[in-house]
Design a protein around this ligand. Structure first.
Ligand code: FES
Ligand SMILES: [Fe+2]
Length: 361
């Protein structure tokens, strides 16, 4: 569909057609988002009360796939939340139950989704069939975070291994979730424009005064991997840096931020105070929701670094440029651009991954 030259020095960006063509929007839904791992929540937050079932969606209003997380002991399953009789949504709210019973006509399943009972079906022939059980989706866990996929084609374990090479020393499980800082931003732009901007630190000195003061622009690094881009922000002064254990790839370096993107829409912004997750949720070709979730382990440093205000200001600055690009790309005089070989290898990697995914069967 699109060719991105693998040679960064020669390559052009994805053309504006990618961001604007309604047919491509639909193809991306299936080939990028259905085939990749999608964040479905934090195990501890979902199941911190007596409730053992939790209805949710894979990318609500986009893939709009209804799912139901069930927990028995330590075992969590991800099922379709759609009754196999006539398609009613099985659960509407988190609840504590022993069985899953459809409220429409009483079909009953166990917590693994296995069909158990249906009123008035004695005379039905060839019933129940395998497809009368609730479909089970794969569920994978990294640290306390859960991921599922409609039609997985991405090696999740390879991503986790790569993440852990850098992040093993961070005990995310002990960090405290802060709902008071967590929020969802509405961005009037295509999801990929939001990500294009995320993938480079090139714009930092132009767009982000305050964030720019924290980072040493000259030494900013962007590393690209399969299904992952890592940006490393070195500290402009030695005040706020990670305490790496000996043997860590960045041991001895003054790193103040890791910006980690996992294909296609999950990010971790890691600072010495903790981590902020970003989940990019496409809605329409010109509208995206971006969820920010804060986990803090050192609240003093969070305050000293002005964590919440800095993130808010940086996000608003990013929205300003991304929304302006959204309007810019509908110009008749703009089709595609070129990459800075020094500063835009992350955007180039993203565009190659997108073009590659769209070209798959
Ligand atoms: S739709 Fe569930 S029992 Fe009829
Ligand atoms: Fe930015």
């Amino acid at each position: 569909m699109y060719q991105i030259n693998p040679n960064l020095h020669k390559a052009e960006t994805l053309p504006t057609d990618f961001y604007q063509n309604p047919a491509v929007w639909e193809v991306a839904k299936e080939k990028i988002f259905c085939r990749s791992w999608q964040f479905v929540g934090d195990e501890r937050r979902l199941f911190n009360g007596p409730e053992n079932i939790h209805p949710s969606w894979i990318l609500e209003k986009y893939l709009d796939e209804p799912i139901l997380l069930t927990k028995q002991g330590e075992d969590i399953k991800c099922l379709t939340n759609v009754c196999t009789h006539r398609g009613f949504l099985m659960a509407q709210h988190p609840a504590q139950v022993r069985k899953l019973t459809c409220q429409y006509h009483g079909r009953r399943f166990d917590l693994d989704g296995k069909f158990e009972f249906m009123p008035e079906f004695k005379e039905a022939e060839d019933f129940p069939r395998p497809c009368d059980h609730l479909h089970q989706l794969p569920l994978l866990r990294w640290r306390q975070w859960l991921f599922t996929a409609v039609d997985p084609r991405i090696d999740f374990q390879a991503i986790v291994n790569k993440l852990e090479e850098r992040l093993y020393f961070l005990d995310f499980e002990s960090f405290t979730f802060y709902p008071e800082y967590s929020k969802t931003y509405n961005v009037q732009a295509h999801w990929a424009l939001y990500l294009d901007n995320y993938m480079e630190g090139f714009h930092v000195p132009f767009v982000h005064n305050d964030l720019g003061a924290l980072l040493d622009y000259g030494s900013y690094v962007t590393e690209t991997y399969d299904n992952m881009v890592l940006q490393i922000g070195y500290a402009s002064s030695g005040d706020f840096t990670f305490k790496f254990p000996e043997g860590h790839p960045d041991f001895g370096r003054e790193v103040t931020a890791y910006y980690v993107w996992v294909y296609p829409n999950f990010m971790l912004n890691i600072y010495p105070w903790g981590v902020q997750l970003n989940i990019v949720r496409p809605v329409t070709p010109t509208f995206t929701k971006v969820e920010f979730l804060y986990y803090i382990h050192d609240h003093d440093t969070f305050e000293l670094m002005n964590g919440a205000n800095l993130a808010e200001k940086t996000e608003r600055e990013d929205e300003f440029v991304v929304e302006a690009v959204q309007r810019g790309i509908s110009s008749r005089f703009y089709q595609a651009g070129r990459f800075s070989p020094k500063r835009e290898n992350g955007v180039h990697a993203l565009h190659q991954m997108i073009a590659g995914a769209l070209a798959e069967e």
